[in-house]
Design a binder for this molecule. Structure first.
Ligand SMILES: [Zn+2]
Length: 209
């Protein structure tokens, strides 16, 4: 696994793989498996409780501690494996949302007008995606908090665009933390569904007075 092939550089933060498998494990409660009757659903779900997953979680934890990054290939293989689950959209969304830890300078905007909070959210998003993936894979578009991507590298055999919920979750987590409240994110265009690009439109939800 620890190849140093320059054609296959390690650019992806290991925390991505670690959180993804932790979300899988935490969702796979034994009672849920016993109640499932459809083997097409139970077999991929058992993945979360297997020794292999625990071993891989420990390996990713080591990688995180040592600052070892993952290859695009390894990341794609992991996303593709998780995508076999019937609940993969929820797993990807939770992973993205739980990954996000907005640093304090970006959270000081809570006392400022909403337009500043959107600016902080856009700035943090740009920095954070580059931090996670080692280059820009998603770009900012016109509007308060709109982001777009073409050909997300970790999508493979994903006809329903479920891996896109990973980006939705990241947007959601950023908006919630920067606005210190509720937010909503719509995945309004999707390449998996025939659009020319993927697009996410996020907004703060103003508290009801
Ligand atoms: Zn999409």
């Amino acid at each position: 696994m620890h190849d140093t092939n320059p054609k296959n550089p390690r650019r992806v933060k290991a925390i991505v793989g670690l959180r993804l498998l932790e979300v899988v494990r935490d969702r796979d409660l034994p009672s849920e498996i016993l109640e499932e009757e459809d083997p097409a659903q139970t077999i991929p779900r058992r993945l979360g409780l297997s020794d292999a997953v625990e071993r891989q979680i420990r390996a990713y934890r080591d990688d995180v501690r040592k600052g070892v990054r993952l290859t695009d290939e390894g990341t794609t293989a992991l996303f593709t494996l998780v995508n076999r689950r019937s609940d993969s959209d929820e797993v990807f969304f939770s992973t993205g949302r739980e990954l996000v830890k907005v640093r304090s300078p970006f959270r000081w905007g809570q006392v400022l007008p909403t337009s500043f909070q959107y600016m902080f959210a856009r700035t943090f998003f740009g920095w954070y995606l580059k931090h996670l993936f080692g280059r820009h894979i998603v770009g900012l578009a016109e509007g308060p908090f709109n982001v777009e991507a073409q050909g997300l590298f970790f999508r493979e055999g994903d006809p329903k665009g479920k891996v896109c919920h990973f980006i939705s979750g990241i947007c959601q987590g950023i908006l919630e933390q920067i606005g210190n409240g509720s937010a909503e994110v719509e995945h309004s265009l999707c390449q998996a569904l025939g659009d020319d690009r993927c697009r996410w439109e996020g907004s703060f939800i103003e508290p009801q007075s």
